[in-house]
Ligand binder design. Structure first.
Ligand code: IPM
Ligand code: MG
Length: 362
């Protein structure tokens, strides 16, 4: 098995380094190969997703990804910006199914901005369609308006679109995932306004006929945003399009008070995947040993489970993370009175130690 390791920018390199250490501590037979991506790749090769990096990702069984982006690249032409690397990987690898769990860890309940009783025990899963919608829809661009409110004025436009097979496959992923959880899917749309999302709703309803054991409800995206802060525990699996999923997954992540804890997986049709923390590259704290490596370590656990068929090792990693939280170790983002503040590296050390302990026990 070959794993492509793409640390990227900002805190990406520090957090991926810790995930790799934890991975090595598992003593599995994997080959790891590192490559540049994002701003780092742009600096070295003039492109955020160089051919060699893409080839490595395509040849690998799974990709462990850190984060990309830095404000200093905001002025670059769009095709050279770091974000294009992750969008390109999603598109070229066909990673249409994005799993973004929002779990509130018992020890971190008070870190949420919501009342503890609203989030205690929270465990929801956002399944975001990742290769379609307005993110990738053509045509897009700039032009002179020929109609609209200001004919002749400069305008910009994007295209929101979804085909039936695109919606069918993500709906199936959501229903299958719900079967392993609490059997409930909420499909989020904007069917009251958008043609694309009326179609989305119709197709999800069609696919549901094959999953009569799973409960399905439909919710408009504005209401879903509201319900997420009002009664987040009323959700189990949320399935939605690329853009709504982008927004709602950040909201859901923040409910847990610790975006530094949340992993994600982006899968293709045969469970090859890219695994990355839900948070970004945080250039403001890069290189300061402040970042929380746990989201990346937990993403690596998802990789073991979904793409590398090593569920026991995944369990061990997740148990090790719970163990270090139990020990009271906290990086700055999740620190609170009475717990012990540690840096990125020390957090990695603690997880490695917890893993090594279970190795010698078993
Ligand atoms: C995410 C990010 C990306 C997205 C950006 C960096 C292109 O916000 O993974 O949620 O919008 O999908
Ligand atoms: Mg986002």
């Amino acid at each position: 098995m070959k794993i492509a390791v793409l640390p990227g920018d900002g805190i990406g390199t520090e957090i991926v380094a810790q995930a790799v250490r934890v991975m090595r501590a598992l003593e599995l037979k994997f080959e790891l190969e590192e490559a540049l991506v994002g701003g780092a790749a742009y600096e070295a090769h003039g492109h955020p997703l160089p051919e060699a990096t893409l080839k490595l990702a395509q040849a690998a069984d799974a990709v462990l990804f850190g984060a990309v982006g830095d404000w200093k690249y905001d002025k670059l032409e769009r095709q050279f910006r770091p974000e294009q690397a992750i969008l390109g990987l999603r598109r070229h690898l066909g990673l249409f199914a994005n799993f973004r769990p929002a779990i509130c860890y018992e020890q971190l309940t008070h870190a949420s901005s919501l009342k503890p009783e609203l989030v205690s025990g929270l465990d929801i899963l956002i399944i975001r369609e990742l290769t379609g919608d307005i993110y990738f829809g053509q045509p897009r661009g700039r032009r002179k308006a020929v109609d609209g409110h200001f004919p002749g004025a400069d305008e910009a436009f994007d295209t929101m679109r979804y085909s039936r097979p695109e919606i069918e496959r993500i709906a199936r992923v959501a229903f299958e995932a719900a079967r392993k959880r609490r059997n409930k899917v909420t499909s989020v749309d904007k069917a009251n306004v958008l043609e694309t999302f009326q179609f989305w709703k119709d197709v999800v309803t069609d696919v549901h006929k094959y999953y009569p054991d799973v409960a399905l409800d439909h919710m408009y995206v504005d209401n879903a945003a509201m319900q997420l802060v009002k009664a987040p525990k009323s959700f189990d699996v949320i399935v939605t399009g690329n853009m709504f999923g982008d927004i709602l997954s950040d909201e859901a992540a923040m409910l847990t008070g610790s975006i530094g804890m949340l992993p994600s997986a982006s899968l293709d049709a045969v469970n090859k995947g890219l695994y990355e923390p839900s948070h970004g590259s945080a250039p403001d704290i890069a290189g300061k040993d402040l970042a929380n490596p746990l989201a990346t370590i937990l993403s690596m656990a998802m990789m073991l489970r979904f793409s590398l068929n090593q569920p026991e090792s995944a369990d061990r990693v997740e148990a090790a993370v719970r163990h270090v939280l139990q020990q009271g170790l906290r990086t700055a983002d999740i620190w609170s009175e009475g717990t012990r503040r540690v840096g990125t590296r020390e957090m990695g050390d603690a997880v490695v130690a917890a893993i090594t302990k279970t190795t010698t026990k078993s």
